[in-house]
Ligand binder design. Structure first.
Ligand code: HEM
Length: 183
C-alpha cells in the first residue's frame, strides 16, 4: 500500500508492466528542487497554462468534454478558449498542482490530498483512463513558459510527479468505486 513520492522505486522489467500501478514513484531531492523552482515561474502564467491544457485535451480527446456540464456543448475552439468556466476549471487544476508542489516533502499529507481528488473524480464520472492525458498536456503547456530553462531532467521530474498524481488519483477513484458497490 502507499503512494508516497519518496519511496525507493525498484527496477522494472517489461513483463512487470501490468503491475505498474502497484509500484511506488520516487523523486530525488534535486528533482523536487527543480520542480519547486520551475513552479515559481509557471505560477505567473497559471490561468493561461490551465486554458491551454484543456483546449488541447478537448481537441485531441473531445469525449473528455462529456464529463463537464458547463462546456460539453461548446465545439468551437475560440469559444472554448474564451470560456470563463474553462478558465475557472483550469485554475482549479493549477491550484491542486500548487498544493502538490507545496507538500512534495510531506508524503502522508500529499497522498491524502490526491486520494481525495481521485474519490471526487468518481463522483464527477471522470474516467481514470483519461488522467494520464492531463500530465502530457500540462508538460506541453509549460514548455514555452520555461523556454531556455527547459531541460530533459526537468521534463522527467514533472512527468514523474504527474505519474504519482495520476496513479494516486486512480487509487482514490477505485476506493470510491469499491465503497459505492459494497453499500
Ligand atoms: C491529472 C489529472 C487531473 C487533475 C489533477 C484534476 C484536478 C481537478 C480538480 C482540482 C478539480 C476540482 C475539485 C473540487 O471539486 O474541489 C477537478 C474537477 C473536475 N474534474 Fe478533474 N482533474 C484531472 C483530470 C480530469 C479529467 C481527465 C477529466 C475528464 C475526463 C476531469 C473531469 C473533472 C470534472 C467533471 C470536475 C468537476 C467539475 C468542475 O470542477 O468544473 N478531470 N479536477
Amino acid at each position: 500500500m502507499g503512494c508516497s513520492l519518496s519511496a525507493e522505486a525498484p527496477d522494472r522489467r517489461p513483463e512487470q508492466e501490468e503491475e505498474e500501478d502497484a509500484l511506488p514513484v520516487s523523486l530525488s531531492a534535486e528533482s523536487r528542487e527543480a520542480i519547486r523552482s520551475s513552479w515559481r515561474e509557471i505560477q505567473e502564467d497559471i490561468s493561461r497554462v490551465g486554458v491551454i491544457m484543456f483546449v488541447r485535451l478537448f481537441e485531441t480527446h473531445p469525449e473528455c468534454k462529456d464529463a463537464f456540464f458547463t462546456f460539453r456543448d461548446l465545439n468551437d475552439v475560440n469559444t472554448l478558449r474564451a470560456s470563463k468556466e474553462l478558465k475557472a476549471h483550469g485554475l482549479r487544476i493549477m491550484y491542486i498542482i500548487e498544493k502538490t508542489v507545496a507538500r512534495i516533502d510531506q508524503d502522508d499529507r500529499l497522498d491524502q490530498l490526491i486520494l481525495d481528488l481521485g474519490r471526487k473524480h468518481y463522483q464527477y464520472k471522470a474516467l481514470p483512463k483519461y488522467y494520464d492525458l492531463m500530465g502530457e498536456e500540462f508538460i506541453h503547456a509549460i514548455h514555452p513558459v520555461l523556454q531556455e530553462r527547459w531541460t530533459s531532467d526537468l521534463e522527467e521530474a514533472w512527468k514523474t510527479l504527474f505519474l504519482y498524481i495520476t496513479r494516486t488519483m486512480k487509487k482514490g477513484y477505485q476506493q470510491a468505486q469499491r465503497s459505492h458497490s459494497s453499500s
